[in-house]
Each structure stands twice: as C-alpha cells, then as structure tokens.
Design a protein around this ligand. Structure first.
Ligand SMILES: C[S@@+](CC[C@H](N)C(=O)[O-])C[C@H]1O[C@@H](n2cnc3c(N)ncnc32)[C@H](O)[C@@H]1O
Length: 242
C-alpha cells in the first residue's frame, strides 16, 4: 500500500473509534482503561473518554507549567489536550492536531461541553504540521507516531515547531524485534498500532536524527515483541542561549 492508502485506512479505523461504534468502543471499558493509566476522568463526560485510544499518559510526565503552549500530535477525541489545558491554565494554550475529521469534530464538541477556551483542534497531518515554527513549548503524543508511515518527517516537524529548549513527551508502541512480514502487511495490525511500529533503537535514532538531544526512555512495559514506551527528548538551546 502507498503511504496515502495507509493513512486512509487509519482514518477509516479512527472514524469508527470517534463514532464509538464496533467492538472496539465500550465507553465504560475505555474510561476504566484511562483510569488504569492514571487519568482522573470522573469530571469528564463519556464523550471524552469513550474514544480514548492512548497507550500511556504523557501529560503525567510532562511537568507542564502555567502559561505554556502545548501541542498534541494525533489528539483524537481530546483527552490529553484537556488534561494539559487544566495544567497550563488560562494563560497557556493547547493545540491538538489530527487527520481524522470525525475525531476533530468530536474533540471540538468536547471542548465546547467543557467550556474550555484555551484549547484548539486543527485538522492536519503530523508529517506536515499546520503549526508555526518555534511556536510551541511542549509536544505530547499518545500512541500515534507508530501509525505514521514517515516517522522521520514527524520528528523533523516536531523539531521545527518547538521553541529552543522545548521538550517532547511521547507514549508510543515500539518493537523489540522485527515483526513477521505477514503481520506488517495486515491492515488491521497496522491500524491497531502494531504493524506500523518500528524497532525501539530505530525510533530513538530517528528522534536524534531530527536534532533532539537527551533522548531517553523514561519507562517501558513489554508485551511479547511490542513495548509501550514513554520517551522524553529536548530541542537543544542555541549556542548563545545555553
Ligand atoms: C490510537 S489513536 C490515539 C488518539 C489519542 N492520542 C488518544 O490517546 O486517545 C491515533 C490517532 O492518531 C491520528 N493519526 C494517525 N496518524 C496521523 C497523522 N499522520 N496525522 C495526524 N493524525 C494522525 C488518528 O486519526 C487517531 O485519532
């Protein structure tokens, strides 16, 4: 499949998740799952948690501060954006980017329900971010980059939009060993966040190649060949600003 065909399959899958249809999407189960990852979700309506599809809790690791500008890559129905919005307060701002129209629509409705005006959802591809250069303090992402065919481009874009000294906190699926070709070729395996995952070292190197420093795994949990990893990286301060 071409990269565009892969993205279309990803969109179709996550449109269903946004609509909370199919066996994937029992609202109670997703809310309990979010709680098991440490989210405090009791104050949120079901429409925020029922489409949650993360594999970690990046805002719990990001040490967000009042006034910061945060960007969530692949924001889905908005849970991490809303968590971040609580932490950066009225003087901060959180932008979510997603390429599935149903997710953007759902996230916008959720923001309205929550009465939040320090959040914004933009339709777009994380391989070509609709965000100005050097405009963001912190990037977060939750179980998304494995779905992007060109991960190097995602990290280059993340580097471009971060301010110098900015940080990136990612939760994502990486591999301990190469997947069998038939698993890589299965559309369902790709869209369920396994088939598009790459080797852990390759993933970390791709972040370094984009220019990030102090790239490290904060924590990880392995399930056979796949690992759910929490990764931190920094955009170095310039020569004269260190
Ligand atoms: C597994 S879900 C995770 C959603 C959200 N981060 C969460 O934790 O609930 C993946 C999301 O990433 C989005 N996505 C996948 N590839 C993308 C890309 N190249 N650009 C923008 N969004 C993308 C999908 O539309 C979907 O909403």
């Amino acid at each position: 499949m071409s990269d565009e065909e892969i993205k279309e399959e990803v969109r179709k899958t996550y449109a269903k998740v946004a609509q909370s249809t199919g066996s994937c999407c029992d609202p109670g189960t997703r809310s309990d799952y979010a709680k098991s990852l440490g989210y405090s979700v009791d104050a949120f309506p079901d429409s925020v948690t029922e489409s949650f599809a993360g594999c970690g809790n990046p805002t719990a690791l990001a040490s967000l501060k009042e006034g910061e500008v945060v960007l969530d890559l692949g924001s889905g129905a908005g849970l991490d954006v809303f968590m971040a919005a609580q932490q950066v307060g009225k003087t901060g701002r959180v932008i979510g980017v997603d390429m599935t129209p149903d997710m953007i629509e759902k996230a916008k409705k959720n923001a309205e329900k929550l009465g939040l005006n320090n959040v914004e959802f933009r339709f777009g591809d994380i391989e070509a971010l609709p965000v100005d250069a050097e405009s963001v303090d912190v990037i977060i992402s939750n179980c998304v980059i494995n779905l992007a065919p060109d991960k190097a481009k995602v990290f280059q874009e993340a580097f471009r939009v971060l301010r110098t000294g900015g940080r990136m906190l990612i939760s994502d699926i990486v591999l301990e060993a190469t997947l069998p070709q038939e698993t890589r070729d299965e559309v369902a395996s790709y869209t369920s966040c396994l088939g598009g995952a790459i080797l852990k070292e390759e993933y970390l190197q791709s972040i370094r190649d984009a220019g990030f420093t102090n790239v490290r795994i904060i924590s990880e949990a392995s399930f056979n060949i796949a690992t759910s990893a929490k990764i931190e990286a920094f955009k170095p301060k310039g020569k004269f600003t260190d």
